[in-house]
Design a protein around this ligand. Structure first.
Ligand code: CTP
Length: 398
């Protein structure tokens, strides 16, 4: 419930991307926000107020002369109650209206009379987007501190291809969540490892583990939302890259180590969430290992992989290092012991089988002052809590 207690005005202007605003409304309400939909006349040509009312659970406003507002001041009252106004889609025409301060319908009047932040998600044909007038207007939106989300590039409803597609609803939701997060790590460079590693045995087989990468990706997203520059070194996982995060994909522990070391001098905070394989097969077979017909199992010798976190934490000038540890028993004992062995100021411990693959997690924080158990929460909420814990420790250190 990232948007719990947030009251949002969602404005729709005319464009085929209005169909995406139906899903956006659903996502916003599922995230805990109350959504007051306001539509321009043109928007009602693309999607009906009835649909938007059903999804938002509130009456939709389309006119500044709406008698349902007892004082007939919809243009003032709706914006005063809002934490933010989001206009998605925002047409080229409406952008021009915002730039010039026109106020000839309810939504434009709300926008000019607002006391809360305004976020716009443009949506238009790629030629309209490229037009010098639109680009001039865009520069003015930035200058007026209006947050512009997108647009995306790609195939368009008109059959053309280029920039101008409205961001997907999930991306708009993510940007709105990011907008409301305190910028605890503004300007910090954060490097994160996530997911499993994969150590090949032969061209088609290898050793890996059950890490899904969800925790590491949640931490990357939370760090980006808190204003950090985030680089994610990910083992094999199908998860989508969080918005604003730079991602390097790797397979093996050694590749993960090399990718980390290439970035570490430019890093303020290193968070090792990856479940790194401690061992790799010494001689990887160049060909698929076949059954030999004599029921004799193949034998492998293993060599140890570098311990990435330990290497980083023992550098002469290490970044602030955070480790994760999945234990199968005696978390208290192993957690503190591992924190000291790895030489990290903060270690996040959990009982592995309770975390891998799930959407929530229950962890204990280990630092120099002892062990602090946190309540069970979903991984995104936990990631935000961890970012706050890290930011607080950095402030103390500075
Ligand atoms: N880690 C790492 N490189 C490795 C192994 C672990 O960077 N080769 C990091 C993990 O990302 C995690 C922390 O070290 O942040 C602890 O991982 P864990 O596997 O629990 O530690 P190990 O040192 O492998 O300890 P154990 O003997 O319990 O396996």
């Amino acid at each position: 419930m990232d948007l719990l207690n947030k009251h949002l005005v969602l404005g729709l202007t005319g464009g085929i991307a209005c169909y995406k605003s139906a899903q956006l409304t659903r996502l916003l309400t599922q995230a805990g926000a109350t959504v007051q939909v306001v539509m321009t006349d043109a928007a009602t040509q693309f999607i009906t107020p009835v649909t938007m009312q059903a999804l938002s659970g509130r009456p939709v406003y389309t006119s500044q002369w709406d008698a349902r507002m007892s004082n007939n001041m919809a243009h003032i009252d709706l914006s005063r109650a809002a934490d933010a106004i989001i206009i998605a889609p925002t047409s080229a025409d409406f952008i021009a209206k915002l730039v010039h301060g026109l106020a000839d319908d309810l939504l434009s009047t709300l926008a000019i009379g607002r006391t809360c932040p305004l976020l716009v998600a443009p949506a238009m044909n790629q030629q309209m987007w490229q037009n010098p007038a639109t680009q001039r207007n865009l520069a003015q939106l930035h200058a007026d501190k209006i947050l512009v989300l997108g647009p995306d590039a790609g195939s368009q409803a008109c059959g053309e291809t280029g920039a101008g597609r409205m961001l997907e609803p999930t991306a708009i939701l993510d940007a709105i969540m990011a907008f409301f997060q305190p910028k605890l790590l503004a300007g910090k460079r954060v490097l994160i490892t996530a997911g499993p590693t994969y150590e090949p045995i032969d061209p088609v087989r290898g050793l890996t583990n059950r890490s899904s990468g969800k925790m590491g990706f949640a931490v990357a997203r939370a760090a980006a939302h808190s204003g950090a520059q985030v680089r994610l070194i990910a083992g094999p996982t199908p998860l989508a890259t969080p918005a604003g995060v730079i991602r390097d994909d790797v397979q093996t522990a050694q590749q993960m180590c090399d990718a980390v070391m290439a970035e570490i001098a430019e890093t303020d905070i290193f968070i090792a969430v990856a479940a790194v394989s401690d061992w790799r097969v010494d001689q990887v077979s160049m060909e698929k290992i076949k059954k030999n017909g004599e029921a004799i199992a193949p034998r492998f010798t293993f060599v140890e992989n570098p311990d990435i976190l330990r290497l980083v934490a023992h550098l002469p000038k290490p970044p602030f290092c955070v480790g994760f540890a999945a234990e199968s028993e005696e978390l208290e004992k192993h957690g503190q012991e591992k924190r000291l062995r790895k030489n990290v100021p903060l270690l996040v411990g959990n009982l592995g089988p309770k975390a891998f693959g799930y959407d929530d997690n229950e962890v204990t924080l280990f630092d120099a002052t002892g062990a602090t158990p946190l309540p069970r929460m979903d991984k995104q909420a936990l990631a935000r809590t961890l970012i706050a814990e890290i930011a607080q420790r950095l402030t103390v250190k500075d």
